[in-house]
Design a protein around this ligand. Structure first.
Ligand code: EPS
Length: 377
């Protein structure tokens, strides 16, 4: 995915020491609200159907660089989120710290035996296990599952919450709402529905709606394929583990309507352009059109399930029941928090591409000047 004004990377394994992220391109002069950032992290941990891991973790952002007296300094921001569960995972995560040359033969053999015994070799259907192990040549699926784990999304929420702190100054807000879990679309029955599947050792996915409120008209562009805002947002949302579809506005239902009956008619009220409806989901021609941006994403059921599916063991190629580790029954609500924060990173990128400067005052001037110009049209 191309980003234009900001770049970011994340690192860390699910049961490694910590998760880290670095984001570059954040201008000078924005006050960050750490209570808000930590509340987004806490919301990502919650939602009905989460597993025992969430009782261990207490995700909080630790800033390592790029912020002084709560104000962004324009330097890259480096952040860390601790994995409290790391302490419970002696092998194999800490094994690289052991100097094999200094061990006597029997201790070395004991360590090797422990590593061998802990290897995971039974692929879970629908997980990254199979393709990841084959691609990299791993003989232990743990190398795949540690990094492919949705634990990584905590860092993206922290980065997205930083983006939200900045975009709030321009009245842009990000909301997420769970529309359905499995086949249940009655929120008052979600918990009961999840309980039934939990009892069965099964898992669930769901549908989430993301609303981006008050984006200025003209974010993104039609001039180049990779500048289109819908492509950028959809790519970012598809990169969230377990997401299988992203729709903008009416999405696939738009294809079933006729143009006359579905396109959003344009009006002019209170000094600005508006649309009578919002079937386009706030994006036309790869640009925000001034309406709220509405995206709907579908999450597949979590791959790790107690009620084992059939699979193959890596060494013998013989059929086995897939490996089970402690897991969530549903993480749909958490996924909504991840999705709104991923959207915030992309909107900030497009916002800084349009109004960018090195310091907040320049960006405020550019934003206000643009508003003045479009009010005068
Ligand atoms: C996950 C498996 C579970 C989830 C985890 C994602 O972790 P564990 O194997 O430690 O029980 O709880 O999600 C998180 C840790 C998180 O912070 O969201 C997986 O296999 O993707």
């Amino acid at each position: 995915m191309t980003t234009w004004a900001i770049r970011f990377l994340t690192s860390g394994e699910s049961h490694g020491q910590a998760l880290n992220a670095i984001i570059d391109g954040i201008p000078y002069g924005y006050e960050l609200d750490f209570n808000f950032i930590n509340s987004e992290l806490s919301l990502r941990q919650k939602g009905y159907g989460r597993g025992a891991r969430m009782n261990i973790e207490d995700d909080k952002i630790k800033i390592k660089s790029g912020v002084r007296f709560n104000i962004t300094t324009a330097s890259p921001i480096c952040l860390e989120i601790e994995n409290k569960d790391w302490k419970n995972w002696r092998y194999p995560m800490s094994v690289e710290k052991i100097n094999f040359n200094q061990l006597d033969d029997s201790t070395r053999n004991e360590v090797i035996e422990q590593i061998e015994a802990k290897k995971i070799t039974k692929f879970r259907p629908a997980h990254a296990d199979l393709a990841g192990s084959v691609k990299y040549g791993f003989d232990d699926i743990r190398f795949v599952l540690e990094r492919s784990s949705a634990r990584e999304t905590a860092t993206r929420v922290a980065l997205g919450a930083i983006a939200q702190c900045i975009l709030k100054k321009y009245n842009i807000e990000f909301l997420s709402e769970v529309l359905s879990i499995g086949k249940c679309s009655d929120p008052s029955k979600f918990e009961q529905y999840i309980d039934e599947y939990k009892k069965e050792g099964d898992s669930l996915g769901g549908i989430i709606k993301i609303t981006i409120k008050n984006p200025p008209i003209g974010l993104g562009s039609f001039v180049q394929w990779d500048k289109r805002l819908d492509g950028r947002l959809c790519g970012a949302l598809m990169s969230i583990p377990a997401i299988k579809s992203v729709e903008v506005g009416l999405g696939k239902d738009y294809s079933k309507a006729s143009g006359y009956n579905s396109h959003d008619e344009i009006t002019y009220e209170d000094n600005s352009y508006k649309h009578k409806t919002n079937n386009s989901g706030g994006i036309e021609g790869g640009m925000s059109n001034g309406e709220d941006i509405v995206l709907t994403i579908a999450m597949k059921p979590i791959p790790t399930i107690r009620k084992a599916l059939n699979s193959i063991e890596m060494k013998t190629h013989k059929p086995y029941e897939a490996h089970f580790e402690r897991s969530d029954t549903s993480a749909v609500e958490a996924c909504g928090i991840v999705a709104r924060n991923m959207s915030a990173i992309i909107i900030l990128d497009a916002f800084l591409e349009k109004f960018g400067g090195d310091c907040r005052r320049d960006i405020d001037n550019s934003f206000n000047q643009y508003k003045k110009r479009i009010d005068e049209i």
